[in-house]
Design a binder for this molecule. Sequence first.
Ligand SMILES: NC(=O)C1=CN([C@@H]2O[C@H](COP(=O)(O)OP(=O)(O)OC[C@H]3O[C@@H](n4cnc5c(N)ncnc54)[C@H](O)[C@@H]3O)[C@@H](O)[C@H]2O)C=CC1
Ligand SMILES: O=C(O)C(=O)COP(=O)(O)O
Length: 588
Amino acid sequence: MATSLNLSSIFSSSSRLVTTPSSVFPIRQRRRIILVTSSSSGAGGKPTILVTEKLGQAGIDLLKKYANVDCSYDLSLEELCTKISLCDALIVRSGTKVGRDVFESSRGRLKVVGRAGVGIDNVDLAAATEYGCLVVNAPTANTVAAAEHGIALLTAMARNIAQADASIKAGKWTRNKYVGVSLVGKTLAVLGFGKVGSEVARRARGLGMHVITHDPYAPADRARAIGVELVSFEVAISTADFISLHLPLTAATSKMMNDVTFAMMKKGVRIVNVARGGVIDEEALLRALDSGIVAQAALDVFTVEPPVKDNKLVLHESVTATPHLGASTMEAQEGVSIEVAEAVIGALRGELAATAVNAPMVPLEVLRELKPYVVLAEKLGRLAVQLVTGGSGVNAVKVTYASSRAPDDLDTRLLRAMVIKGIIEPISSVFINLVNSDYIAKQRGVKISEERMVLDGSPENPIEYITVRIANVESRFASALSESGEIKVEGRVKQGVPSLTKVGLFGVDVSLEGSVILCRQVDQPGMIGKVASILGDENVNVSFMSVGRIAPGKQAVMAIGVDEQPSKETLKKIGDIPAIEEFVFLKL
Ligand SMILES: NC(=O)C1=CN([C@@H]2O[C@H](COP(=O)(O)OP(=O)(O)OC[C@H]3O[C@@H](n4cnc5c(N)ncnc54)[C@H](O)[C@@H]3O)[C@@H](O)[C@H]2O)C=CC1
Ligand SMILES: O=C(O)C(=O)COP(=O)(O)O
């Protein structure tokens, strides 16, 4: 199982939070982390996981240990949308379209979509992100299977195996018609030199082929290490005898093989596609086959799957076709099922996992170090927003991180997400995590700006203090305003405990647990005792008290940490103490 770290306890029960790669598809195998989830609900307190396509038994067994597992295959969109509102997780392969409707229908319950395989082009990542739903895939376990299928198609195509087999089964003995072409010494262009592409290249080298590759993101030394030359797209497609496609389907790769690019190819080129049908303009391929530019094609994937019954490509004499079998080996399906099951269970448990695809990446070491600051950031956001007078409308938030670390050495995305969570969750019905925080903030017109304050000194702590300011609002606690009229709260992590250290201009010292009462008073002896005895009379446990004052005898802000929420009457009694000029009760 991917390295994991349970951080769920530091989040409120509704919270979940995720971190991952920013790209929609895993371009490079870097270690990524997702940070996790909350309470899951289902029959018997277990979460419910819907599996909509055949998954290896090993993965199902794992899932069943942790959750109620509903294996329902061949669901219509309507059936899927109906079921999904009762599910915490969904596991799919390439055959289930997980579009916006699915996320909408889940009404916030769906926390994670697991793709038991690599390609996530069947999942609407933008919608998943908007709904704060994590998407994880299983990027490694079917690599070899896909590469082997690519090689199988390459060799079968070159020797007309499928056509000859059909012919002999039809009672014919046709030897002259099925003369093939040799692979040895021929040039193979591998487009997309990722996991599958590089395994295909390695195997093709073993068959004596000259292998070139095009991949703008692939490191040259990795190509060199297996004797493969990295070339431009134009060189790749114009010099190849064979082309093998191993790209993700994205806006940039959609219909990359089209009339224009076919025209640049060597006459008689042969093409293998075990990537995604949409990478080829299928109408253009038909034209290229008919005109002889493309001598043969071997296709495992199609723009529409399954293809229509009389699909001209499938029926074409020069096309060898398989029904998306690249990942379909016993071994790969077993591996993929375990890989995805572990990722989904981890996500539901609130652990960190390494295969998330729709959230920014935060390395595990960084997460460990930032853990108490993550809590601090959320609580400061939560405090700051409660200081806003109702109806003021929050639109400008500034977060300052004071640190003696070099700015490059401090990853604040997680902290920003948590400030946003703290600010927006109390005033809305949405839940926020690292997946959707920026999106929700933008959608609500909340502009978050960040600032680094570089301090002198040893960079032992990642952050000395965090300040959250909300501008252009009125405060229900005037003492929380800074000189420039913004609501301002500041906090530090003290011996691992997040603490509030400043409100407006007043220094305070209260650990951020339970709830906080802030009172502004004329500084005078006996105030702490008065407030404590009112709370004590009502059995409200006081965890902390601290007084911050501008000068002796002048105004002071008293911060009182309480474990329980005091009744309205108790709060009124505090407010009625003559020296208290204003007070506010804030829930953390
Ligand atoms: N037929 C099947 O059953 C299977 C199909 N696949 C598909 O194979 C493809 C490759 O999978 P993996 O190798 O695991 O993914 P990967 O992410 O490891 O590799 C994809 C590579 O494509 C490169 N790339 C992206 N855009 C490019 C562009 N415009 N031009 C050239 N290169 C570009 C990336 O840099 C990356 O190196 C995916 O489409 C995946 O869905 C994977 C497994 C099974
Ligand atoms: O992993 C991939 O990208 C695949 O295409 C495999 O798809 P499948 O899980 O066999 O539907």
